[in-house]
Design a protein around this ligand. Structure first.
Ligand code: ATP
Ligand code: MG
Length: 560
């Protein structure tokens, strides 16, 4: 199914758009944009915004622009631009020829600022940042007007030109909108439009030493691109009057800003500042560490674009903030991979098993089903021989009741192979640890059938010791130990899960030796695993655990 064919539930934003189309507002056009600031990698929260903006455009046969909101030179880098392009494309969305940069509009923004100064709507203020803050007032107290507020238009034009020409130091002056210092909305108390910053920009180089503030810049960007619906997150609701004020004062094309609740996910932080900290302090291996909630991290972890789009559809769009249970995201990838991922056998915590009555020199190839959910996926051959590995957990010397796997004297089925019976247990004399099992197999049960109809409750997976390939297996767990790490007072570092990565040597069936990086498998009975995009090679396969098999969301859903 292509993105545009997926069923779309209605929501309050689509209701607004339906009304606008009926009223022929914007001539019935729908034109959205996704406007990331290139100061970090995109995360799953951005995916919600991407799916919403590109999804709406596809649904209404409109357009969606990709626009870098690159108005802050000090935090922005080309690496981030590249990763953002890559992530949006990977998620399955296409901006066609509509890739824009806010910095391409710097000249236009400057000219609009001059226009606003001429109309008496903006002034150069010499107060420092601290003084401006002090003058701003509070929610209960009106602000105080700056002594520079009533400068003449000529003086403002002159000072603004000199700001631009580089005559003044960083922070010594700003350009402010002249609105209302007593407004109950603090955003309307003469907000700053331009600041002086002698810093090189990743695209405009040293051309500018004044840079526009977000609120001033964003509406102009939307207006220039003739966006119809400018969809942003809830914290900008109080900024909407300012968005509208600027565009009205300039008398230019005026899109409609609509706010929705940002995505919060349990056990996850979503602020780029906090994610950057994790990277810089080495708590993770990089922005694309498989534990990160970034698109690049999720991708390396083994998430698929369709599972992320499915997740975004399911959480929907609302007007009030909430936290989504990460189990839902995990449920979405399980559902997807259950349908699509080939099965394979891998033993992560091996216990040696010798089949006493199997000839020493022999190997036979058994048929294994690639995906019971997908008949078209066919079968593959799995080698069987005298010495095998099984999972240590699948054997108990003294099995509790309801343990149906292997134990002394017990018979179990080896998946796709034979029934075996445990006839002997070899232990390390000094530690008492079980080091090897001796078993016999029943040749009449090839393929796991019981011709005599005898009941065997347990089925376990296995690999042939001589044929198995060793692989590094990275077992990932949640990065944080608490549900809301973003709320922790002294920062999320104190609640990092120190066991979020365990590395083991797995023995995987030989067909996995050439697993292409990025390919997902279900390791039978263990979970979904994905050959690491960066580190896996035929010489040294590396698998990341995407998610274990047990689905806690299915249980939660039942209770709902
Ligand atoms: P952060 O707070 O993590 O730095 P941001 O909002 O500053 O994020 P931008 O690059 O400005 O990051 O975001 C680009 C777009 O993605 C914006 O329209 C923003 O509203 C949206 N967005 C960011 N975070 C989320 C989120 N958690 N849920 C939904 N949309 C989001
Ligand atoms: Mg932002």
């Amino acid at each position: 199914m292509t993105v545009s064919e997926q069923p779309r539930p209605s929501d309050f934003i689509r209701d607004i758009i339906d009304d606008d189309i009926r009223a022929n507002k914007y001539g019935g056009r729908v034109h959205t944009r996704f406007p990331p600031e290139p100061n970090g990698y995109l995360h799953i929260g951005h995916a919600k915004s991407i799916c919403l903006n590109f999804g709406i455009a596809a649904q209404y046969r409109g357009l969606c622009n990709l626009r870098f909101d690159d108005t802050n030179p000090t935090k922005e880098e080309q690496e981030y631009v590249d990763s953002i392009l890559d992530s949006v494309r990977w998620l399955g969305f296409d901006w066609e020829d509509r890739l824009y940069y806010a910095s391409d509009y710097f000249d236009q923004m400057h000219d609009y600022a001059v226009q606003l100064i001429k109309a008496g709507g903006a002034y150069v203020d010499d107060l420092s940042a601290d003084e401006i803050r002090d003058h701003r007032g509070t929610l209960t107290q009106p602000g105080k007007e700056s002594p520079y507020r009533n400068r003449s238009v000529e003086e403002n034009l002159d000072l603004f030109a000199r700001m631009r020409a580089g005559e003044f130091e960083d922070g010594s002056r700003v350009l402010r909108a002249k609105i209302d210092m007593a407004s109950p909305n603090l955003n309307m108390r003469d907000p700053v439009m331009y600041r002086i910053l002698h810093a090189d920009h990743h695209r405009t180089g040293s051309k500018w030493c004044i840079y526009p503030m977000y609120d001033w810049a964003h509406g102009i960007e939307d207006s220039i691109e003739r966006i119809t619906h400018s969809i942003c997150t809830l914290e900008f609701e109080d900024h909407r009057p300012l968005y509208d004020w600027f565009l009205e004062q300039l008398g230019v094309y005026h899109p409609q800003q609509i706010e929705f609740a940002r995505l919060n996910l349990s056990y996850t932080v979503m602020s780029k500042r906090k994610l950057l900290q994790l990277v810089e302090k080495g708590h993770v291996s990089g922005w694309d560490d498989p534990r990160m909630p970034t698109i690049a991290g999720l991708r390396r972890r083994g998430y698929t674009p369709s599972s992320i789009r499915d997740f975004c559809d399911r959480i929907g769009v609302a007007k009030t903030d909430s936290t989504i249970n990460i189990a839902l995201l995990e449920h979405c990838i399980r559902e997807d991979l259950n349908r699509t991922a080939p099965r394979a056998m891998a033993v992560l915590n091996p216990l040696r098993v010798v089949i006493d009555n199997y000839p020493d020199s022999e190997t036979e190839e058994l048929d294994a089903i690639n995906n019971p959910e997908d008949q078209g996926a066919g079968t593959r051959k799995v080698p069987f021989s005298r010495v095998l590995y099984i999972e240590r957990d699948d054997f108990r010397e003294n099995p509790p009741s309801r343990f149906f796997r292997l134990a002394p004297g017990r018979e179990v089925r080896l998946r796709y192979a034979f029934l075996i019976t445990c006839v002997g247990v070899k232990k390390d004399e000094s530690t008492g640890e079980v080091v090897e099992l001796h078993c016999t197999y029943d040749p009449a049960t090839r393929g796991g059938d019981t011709p005599d109809g005898r009941k065997v409750k347990g089925t376990i997976h296995w690999v042939s010791a001589d044929h198995a390939v060793q692989a590094e297996v990275r077992l990932y767990d949640r990065l944080f130990t608490v549900e809301n790490p973003g709320d922790v007072e002294d920062g999320c570092e104190s609640v990092l899960n120190t066991d979020s990565l365990e590395i083991v040597t797995g023995h995987v069936e030989p067909s996995l030796a050439n697993a292409a990086p990025g390919t997902s498998y279900q390791f039978e009975r263990l979970g979904y695993f994905c050959a690491d995009l960066k580190d896996s090679s035929p010489e040294r396969p590396v698998f990341n655990r995407t998610v274990a098999l047990r689905d806690s969301w299915a249980k939660i859903e039942k209770r709902l």
